[in-house]
Design a protein around this ligand. Structure first.
Ligand code: C2E
Ligand code: MG
Ligand code: MG
Length: 553
């Protein structure tokens, strides 16, 4: 039974206001029609007398046992001794006949009342289940939406507020507590919320670990949140286990109750997610948040068609051998000229692509472009090595490695001319799986570089576990190296460490001659940065190599 059918049945069984009056009139009318029919058709000898059961049953259903019994009483009166057995022959009813019938009328009136009560209770229970969260017994999102339509939407002068509470990193709590204990945790939170806000608005559980407070006004929002934070705290003791629970609050102000609650819930969730992202406990929804989300959605949507279209281009940034000034290597860096959004930096769209499987076709496109470009340079006599950036998700796509093998053969490129750059965050997710894949690539002859070394989830363990050829020191250290002796110490040590491990060391983000000289003095192998060259389109690389590379100066 769907919700609408349930509603129709509920409305029929429990008429209110005018409908109640209509039901009463109907019952009265049916009683009159029945007695009229019985009389005009010739008396109680014919079956028309059974017509009285209809108003009795209807009355029992709608007005419960008392209604059924009262209607049975009137039906008994109307069909009793005053009604002849045979109107034409003027024969009266035997008294046991009308008495027995009256008894049946009362029985049917009472039973239909009892039956209807049971059905109504069942339907009410069903209705409650549909709008209630089974664990916390708070309203669920459907219940909240109904509440909105009934009590908030009609009041246009009301300025309600919505607060979304989100328990952060639920999965790490789930790793400690069993399902019953998780329910206890949710119940504890629900109990506190009820204590704090039950008179201030409506409380709901939207999904496990996400609650909503729909407050009647906007004045007490901050005060209510402060109370919730104070009462909830950060530690819940469940079965003697103290569990750390981090709750974030997203606030959506509601200026117009005519708008859809679904939109407000969406905004509240956006604000709660923003609070989590910024680690700020409380965040307000702002229009720009939605604009950013819409932009993200557009970027992800359009990326699938942009791959392999002229909108995406690979640029190449030279890496200079600091000792000789020679350019032997380049890093391929993607550029996306979007027809409406303009230039979208990789730092914006790559993380979004990583959130979808699009990162795999994208990396395959980068690989194919790079190798075909490399082949064309080789034909012109330029023997270069090109590195491409890999994302963590690429390590889960086994086909990409067959593709590397096949593409190297297709373009007749020696494997040593291809380098894969991976960041430390990629390893952090699943070091063993990544290590296996990298070993396979290394056996193929492909070179492996660790990108942005020293940032992210740094661990020297990676240097031990992974088959590396190159370490690329993150630009943050190079940028500060000249002013900050600690940054310089890190760069010097990273270079030494790299060399001890027989790795080549690349310094990223070299922007000045002074930095270049310093790095050369520290015996860093390669430098990459705007001081030497910005990333360039492939057409410019050959002429740059001829005219402007440090070696040709
Ligand atoms: P990354 O791999 O560390 O690349 C180096 C970034 O530093 C590039 O930014 C480059 O333009 C920039 N850069 C180079 N020299 C300098 C300098 O002297 N000063 C400054 N301020 N910046 C410099 P870009 O091209 O915006 O790329 C950003 C990041 O996006 C890359 O960091 C990489 O992680 C990612 N990325 C770029 N292209 C791709 C790609 O094809 N695939 C994947 N998976 N990621 C990519
Ligand atoms: Mg890189
Ligand atoms: Mg880097």
């Amino acid at each position: 039974m769907n919700q609408n059918t349930g509603k129709v049945i509920q409305n029929f069984l429990n008429p209110k206001g005018v409908r109640k009056l209509i039901a009463l009139t109907l019952i009265f009318g049916l009683l009159m029609v029945s007695s009229f029919l019985v009389y005009t058709m010739g008396g109680t000898k014919l079956a028309y007398v059974h017509g009285f059961y209809i108003p009795i049953i209807i009355s029992g259903i709608i007005f419960s046992v008392p209604g059924g019994l009262i209607t049975a009483f009137f039906a008994s009166l109307l069909s009793g001794p005053i009604m002849p057995f045979d109107v034409a022959l003027e024969i009266a009813q035997p008294s046991q006949s009308w008495m027995l019938r009256s008894l049946f009328f009362f029985m049917v009136g009472g039973l239909s009342g009892i039956g209807a009560k049971i059905i109504k209770a069942y339907l009410q229970d069903l209705e409650n289940r549909l709008i209630t969260d089974s664990v916390t017994q708070l309203l669920n999102s459907r219940g909240l939406i109904e509440e909105w339509h009934q009590n908030f939407m009609p009041k246009q002068d009301m300025k309600p507020s919505l607060v979304i509470l989100r328990i952060h990193e639920l999965s790490s709590i789930e790793a400690i507590l069993n399902p019953d204990e998780m329910d206890q945790l949710f119940n504890n939170v629900a109990r506190v919320l009820k204590n704090v806000a039950k008179d201030l608005g409506v409380i709901a559980t939207l999904e496990a670990g996400t609650f909503a407070l729909l407050l009647y006004g906007s004045k007490k929002v901050k005060e209510t949140i402060a109370k919730c934070r104070h009462e909830l705290g950060n530690v819940f003791t469940i079965n003697n286990i103290p569990v750390f629970v981090n709750i974030f609050y997203g606030i959506a102000e509601i200026h117009n109750t005519r708008e859809s609650i679904i939109d407000f819930l969406h905004r509240g969730r956006i604000a709660a997610d923003k609070a989590i992202r910024n680690n700020s406990e409380i965040a307000f929804f702002e229009v720009e948040d939605e604009t950013q989300l819409l932009r993200n959605a557009k970027i992800v949507h359009d990326l699938s068609t942009a791959i392999a279209s002229p909108e995406l281009k690979l640029f190449y940034q030279p890496q200079i051998k600091l000792e000789t000034g020679r350019v032997e290597r380049l890093e391929a860096l993607v550029r996306w000229q979007h027809p409406e959004l303009g230039m979208i930096p990789p730092s914006e769209f790559i993380p979004l692509a990583e959130g979808t499987l699009l990162i795999n076709p994208f990396t395959k496109w980068v690989l194919d472009q790079t190798l075909s470009q490399l082949a064309s340079w080789r034909e012109k006599g330029c023997d270069l090595c090109v590195s491409i950036n890999f994302s963590m998700k690429n390590f889960y796509d086994s086909t990409i490695f067959d593709l590397i093998h096949q593409s190297l053969q297709k373009y007749k490129i020696p494997a040593q001319k291809l380098e894969i750059e991976v960041t430390e965050t990629a390893f952090a997710a699943n070091l063993h799986q990544v290590a296996d894949v990298l070993h396979t690539l290394r056996e193929m002859g492909v070179r492996i570089a660790i990108d942005d070394f020293g940032t992210g989830q740094s661990s020297l363990h990676y240097l031990l576990e992974l088959p590396l050829d190159v370490v690329k020191i993150d630009q943050v250290f190079i940028r500060n190296m000249l002013e900050n002796p600690d940054a310089e110490a890190i760069v010097r040590s990273a270079i030494l460490l790299g060399h001890e491990l027989k790795l080549e060391v690349v310094a990223e983000g070299v922007q000045s001659e002074a930095e270049f000289r310093k790095l050369r003095d520290l015996r860093c192998d390669y430098g990459q940065g705007f001081y030497f060259a910005e990333p360039m389109a492939s057409d410019f690389i050959s002429s740059w190599l001829l005219k402007e590379s440090p070696q040709s100066r």
